[in-house]
Design a protein around this ligand. Sequence first.
Ligand SMILES: Cc1cc2nc3c(=O)[nH]c(=O)nc-3n(C[C@H](O)[C@H](O)[C@H](O)COP(=O)(O)O)c2cc1C
Length: 183
Amino acid sequence: MAERVNVLLGVGAGIAAYKLAYAASRLVQLGASVRVAMTPRATEFVGALTFAGLTGKPVILSSTQADPDGAVPHIDAARAASVYVIAPATADLLARLASGAADDAVALLALTCRCPLLLCPAMNDAMWLAPAVQQNVDRLRARGVHFLGPVTGHLAEGYAAIGRMVEPEAIVERALQLAGGSA
Ligand SMILES: Cc1cc2nc3c(=O)[nH]c(=O)nc-3n(C[C@H](O)[C@H](O)[C@H](O)COP(=O)(O)O)c2cc1C
């Protein structure tokens, strides 16, 4: 079980975003407290209401958002987090994270969190193998950021290649390991 584990989940605008609803649900079932942040474009893939319903907490949708009680989530949620997982980590998000951008809630939280940061990339093989993407991955790894995947498997493009996001069960397991809880 994962009581007293606070998981911050950042969702990017990739086709695999729907799998994070399952991951959020599993974490809650295991006893974790889960707070979700989404990039603006991620909400085109999965509705914020899904994550709010699964976690019982308002989703962080903007870098200038304040909670109804006055709390500022990029400070308070970051302080409380035992682990910050970003998935699917799109090529675009990797670029913003590597550059230290803070113009959306997901990227901003990566700067304010002091806990382990786990990125689960997902994109097609051409994007993943692009030198710009690999250089961003190298920069992030050099800063101590943890990576899980991508793996070789079926892509939304209809063929098997490197770039598939790891399955949500694997994300849950690694997140809890990094948070110091157990799956
Ligand atoms: C149907 C569809 C699926 C997409 N899937 C991915 C993906 O898996 N990985 C990725 O890096 N970009 C993907 N993209 C492109 C991203 O949505 C786009 O680069 C976006 O700007 C990323 O926004 P973010 O930084 O908020 O994640 C997809 C676009 C479309 C239209």
